[in-house]
Design a protein around this ligand. Structure first.
Ligand code: NAD
Ligand code: ZN
Length: 248
């Protein structure tokens, strides 16, 4: 099948499916200037191992070093803008061709693009909370302390160390993952966009979909079981799919 035939097929699958979900990963945000983990050459994995630095035990053992290593990378996400791929998914939801987005990303770009039903299964960068008394603060409260030299940033109420509301390695997944898993039980078509499908338990979600389409620059372990695989850039593919839908 050539590229145009694949785009037509994806448009048809979307039109036919009564319950479609998208599952997105770091690859959907690379076109917004945020590096992913596993792209060869540019992925963060080529520079350091997140499994070692972004862990709960690293945060508990030495919170100041944890923030020195990680915070800059996370706060840089806040200036990023949604790209054509995020916008296309928001548009598909508006047109009732997509029920919602399950995202592994913490960058908030789906909501910024206008998607309404979004499960952020690895958390987000809007808030943080005290590890002792659990009081919640906007993320800026933590960042402002760090930038003015208070490291680790601390709770105003009890002095406990603050942590971001992102899922770190060794953390259990939260409520959003539970809801995403539930939504998957009625999923007819799952469209994976920009994920290497290597981070569990999210990488097991395609198992629950009746049909599977994968848009990812590189092969994934799920390609063989997918109904459709497109190894191209997400922004272009989803823009082309919107155009193909208009012609159906
Ligand atoms: P990953 O880095 O493991 O895989 C990304 C995949 O996207 C790669 O296979 C790559 O080939 C593909 N890709 C890159 N650019 C693309 C493009 N323009 N179009 C289509 N495909 C493209 O990412 P993952 O599967 O999401 O797992 C990494 C973990 O890292 C996730 O848990 C996520 O929470 C976290 N993370 C998040 C962000 C973010 O919030 N934007 C950034 C880096 C890492
Ligand atoms: Zn506290």
């Amino acid at each position: 099948m050539n590229y145009d035939e694949k785009i037509d097929l994806l448009a048809k699958l979307l039109k036919k499916s009564a319950h479609t979900l998208a599952l997105t990963g770091a690859g959907i945000s690379t076109e917004s200037g945020i590096p992913d983990f596993r792209s060869p050459g540019t992925g963060l994995w080529t520079k350091f191992d997140p499994v070692k630095v972004a862990t709960v035990s690293a945060l508990k053992r030495d919170p100041a070093t944890f923030y020195t290593i990680n915070l800059d990378r996370w706060t840089r996400y806040s200036g990023a803008r949604p790209n054509a791929a995020h916008q296309a998914l928001a548009r598909l939801e508006q047109e009732r061709l997509l029920y919602g987005v399950i995202t592994q990303n913490i960058d908030g770009l789906h909501r910024k693009a206008g998607s309404k039903t979004v499960w952020e299964v690895h958390g987000h960068l809007r808030t943080c909370h005290c590890m002792d008394c659990k009081k919640s603060y906007p993320l800026d409260f933590l960042v402002d302390q760090f930038n003015s030299g208070t490291n680790p940033p601390r709770c105003q109420k009890c002095g406990g160390v603050l942590r971001l509301d992102v899922v770190l390695f060794e953390d259990p997944l939260g409520e959003d993952f539970f809801h995403a898993t539930q939504a998957m039980t009625s999923c007819q078509l799952l469209v994976v966009v920009g994920s290497s499908l290597q981070v569990y338990p999210v990488a097991a979600l395609p198992e629950r979909a009746r049909q599977l389409a994968i848009i990812n620059k590189e092969p994934t372990p799920w390609d063989e079981r997918a109904d459709l695989v497109i190894h191209e850039k997400a922004g272009q593919v989803l823009t082309d799919v919107l155009a193909a839908l208009e012609k159906l």
